[in-house]
Write a protein that binds this ligand. Sequence first.
Ligand SMILES: NC(=O)c1ccc[n+]([C@@H]2O[C@H](COP(=O)([O-])OP(=O)(O)OC[C@H]3O[C@@H](n4cnc5c(N)ncnc54)[C@H](OP(=O)(O)O)[C@@H]3O)[C@@H](O)[C@H]2O)c1
Length: 319
Amino acid sequence: MNALLYHPKGHPDKLVYGDAPAPVPADDEVLIRVHAVSLNAADYRSMKMGMIPKRRIFGADIAGRIESVGKNVSLFKPGDAVLVDLSNHGFGGLAEYAAAPENALALKPESVSFEDAAATPLAAMTALQAVRDQAGVQPGQRVLIAGSAGGVGTFAVQLAKYFGADVTGVCSPGNVAQTRSLGADHVIDYTREDFTKSAQRYDVILAVNGNYPLLACKKRLTPTGTYVMVGGALPQIFKALLFGRLLSFGSKKIKALSAKANPQDLAFVAHLLETGAIKPVITQRYPLEQAAEAMRYLMQGHAAGKVVVQVANTSHSEG
Ligand SMILES: NC(=O)c1ccc[n+]([C@@H]2O[C@H](COP(=O)([O-])OP(=O)(O)OC[C@H]3O[C@@H](n4cnc5c(N)ncnc54)[C@H](OP(=O)(O)O)[C@@H]3O)[C@@H](O)[C@H]2O)c1
């Protein structure tokens, strides 16, 4: 099958389009004919840290049709359209076929396209676990999303609105209109205004992208507010991990998210896709042959939404 393969000597970025054996699903796995894959920071961050998948194929978020099932699989059958996040199952999505455990899958709603389904799992589940589980967002709360324009941020804005919050997004000028169109009540252009220096306070601050000082963010919380570090520049991540507990003494809470894919959350975001409560923003599409270029684009750090790689020709025509 065709795939994008990691190769230590591959030029210019160790990713080479080529031929690989199709995976053989284990007894509790299904073989999926991949229709679309979306890229995530997890792909290139794993590559930079030398965490190379066994089969040398990155790509976690896929949508496709089940081709065959292992002998212990009981919940799915050949022909089912599914979506899955393979980041905890060895990746392998940037290929014509991928194997996935049945307990990681969700059915793709018929009305949702393969591209939208592939653009959703990891980023939407991360945003869901930040907004609902870590921050416990309640109706009427003021929620600030620092980094509202990327894969996770665009879902975080929509999910915070879904849970009834008054949402402020922080992004560059080119993405202000996009953040507003996703439902944000207020948008801060970070080239003109530094939210950490304004008088406004927030019940919840989600640090998704950028590098905003932790203590300055804490000052912008209401007395019982919660800061959740989702990602961003490495200093932002490490400071929250190192000092979060220390700074959580008192009524303000500093948390660090470690998102975990699970079938309940995947089914929930698939349901929200079906109802139209959330909709992925797909900023760029690339064919599988150009997936290395897609990864380069994402690595620049300013993708406005999700980057999707189209694998099967049926991505558009089938549901
Ligand atoms: N904790 C977890 O379990 C978990 C899970 C998944 C992802 N993550 C992390 O979450 C982060 C976001 O992931 P992602 O997939 O959404 O990344 P992404 O799509 O690559 O994010 C790109 C976005 O970052 C925005 N951005 C860049 N610099 C910014 C700044 N200084 N202030 C505000 N926004 C800025 C850009 O918007 P502008 O062009 O408008 O600046 C762009 O839209 C990454 O660090 C990732 O590693 C963590």
